[in-house]
Design a protein around this ligand. Sequence first.
Ligand code: GDD
Ligand code: MG
Length: 361
Amino acid sequence: GDFQMKDISAVILVGGEGTRLRPLTLHTPKALVPVVNKPLLSYIIEWFKYQHIYNLIFSVCYQPDKLKSVFGSGSKYGVHINYIVEKEPLGTGGAIKKAERFFKNTTIVINGDVLFDLDLASMLNYHRSKKSKITIALTPVEDPTAYGLVKIDKSGRIIGFLEKPTWDEVGRQRNINAGVYIIEPSILKYIKPNKICSLERNIFPELLLKKESFYGFVAKSMYWIDLGTHEKYRQAHQDILEGKLTNTKYFKKFYVNNVAIGVGTKLSKKTELYGPVVIGENCKIENKVTLNEFTVIGNRCHIAENVYLERCIIWDDVIIESGARLTGCIIGKNSHIGSHSSISDGVVLGDNNRIQPYSYL
Ligand code: GDD
Ligand code: MG
């Protein structure tokens, strides 16, 4: 083709507060929320590398210093990262406008809170073949009301865009905006600088009105998830452990019999493991602990005798005292779960919680 992947830049929108993931996002920006023990954004970085895109621009607003201290210049990840920091959130459109100087040519823009394994090369080919000015990756969902509903005609041209539609507004088409865009720099003329503006609510409708060359790319059998809610966050863990996110080769190489154990972690001989299970680094797992399927334990955790865990997501530096029984819950970092506590499905505890022995949640 007439382009090379390595010359393409990508703007990643990571300015949101992650309100629906609270309390998990009170001390951790959504981009750094651990997903199977790695920051959410690191999956997106790895995906870009996989597609041979190394020039990344992070558009940040909420807790930018935490992001900078984890990702820095990107060298640790083999990419180059530039940061654009907003003092106040400008919305998705305003954030893109602020990054305008990086739009030298065709540029990728993505929402920083989705996991997917889209083939970018075919999307780019599609974009070129349609002479599109802006192309959105689409994915079908059952319930489009939490997303941007996109209507296309037979040629793939976008003929309708409705952000967070009500059920009355949902027709037969169920394709939604997957949060991955290919944008030509000329499109940025529609956005005013330094003004709050939503790409989805303000700019897309205007592009339709102005009959811009605006296309939807329906990716074939693509894995896709938006990690916006506790339920989706748990779902993403299960999917990754089941190997549904095919470009996360990372985990596959660590798995032995469906169990991954980080360096420095000590397991008692009497630990019972029923994978898929992932345990981070430098943990201590005591006698007669049972770790049942879809459990992920962070780094430096201490799991005492006779603890039972199933479908749990445990962040770093958590202590779980003897005899506790936890199923289907999320425990924030540095928390302490007292002995013989029982915590059941759907419970989400933020960081630094202290649960008394024999508690029942
Ligand atoms: N820099 C910056 N500034 N980033 C922002 C801002 C802002 O003011 N507002 C939101 N973002 C970032 C968020 O951090 C997130 O990564 C991304 O933009 C999307 O924002 P969300 O708040 O997560 O939007 P949503 O999930 O409700 O809907 C969006 O994503 C859906 C797909 O996941 C829309 O684009 C929908 O149309 C889409 O279907
Ligand atoms: Mg989102």
